[in-house]
Design a protein around this ligand. Structure first.
Ligand SMILES: Cc1cc2nc3c(=O)[nH]c(=O)nc-3n(C[C@H](O)[C@H](O)[C@H](O)COP(=O)(O)O)c2cc1C
Length: 139
């Protein structure tokens, strides 16, 4: 028959990978809630990359997914053959959501600064299938 019968199984779909970036706005208090709500979406996997200042606003113990920060980048890389965390995260992510995006990190992104793990994650050229989204929740 020209079309699959309705009972045919749907094609297996890869989970959507969302990389949440969190910066030092008071709205970072909501990070545990944001992650919990994202994880309720079917087929969604989440990892978090945080700035050092954002860490003041949430309890890492309340984040049930991988949480990456600047020290991890250099912990992981000791020599030429080692993986580079910001590149691995960039490849893993289908979408990067920076929420909250504080004024400081917005200015870094706007001017191309890459001095921490979070802003390094979004500096690489986009692959055609990838999208980067920035949410301004802080203002
Ligand atoms: C209690 C507190 C609340 C803050 N809230 C905000 C905010 O809502 N929006 C913002 O742009 N900056 C806010 N800041 C300032 C940022 O934390 C500061 O600019 C910091 O350097 C940001 O660093 P980061 O972008 O590396 O996270 C706040 C600072 C403090 C101490």
């Amino acid at each position: 028959p020209p079309h699959s019968p309705p009972s045919a199984s749907p094609p297996t779909q890869k989970n959507a990978h969302i990389l949440v970036g969190v910066t030092g706005s008071v709205a970072a208090l909501k990070l545990p809630l944001l992650v919990a709500e994202l994880l309720k979406l079917p087929g969604v996997e989440v990892q978090v990359v945080t700035t050092e200042n954002a860490k003041h606003f949430y309890n890492a113990g309340e984040i049930p997914v991988a949480l990456h920060s600047d020290a991890d980048e250099w912990q992981m890389w000791k020599g030429r053959t080692d993986p580079v965390l910001h590149i691995d995260l960039r490849r893993w992510a289908d979408l990067m959501l920076v929420a909250p995006l504080d004024a400081n990190t917005l200015a870094k992104i706007a001017s191309g600064l890459c001095d921490n793990l979070l802003v390094s994650c979004r500096k690489l050229p986009l692959m055609p299938s990838e999208r980067v989204s920035a949410a301004c929740a802080a203002f």
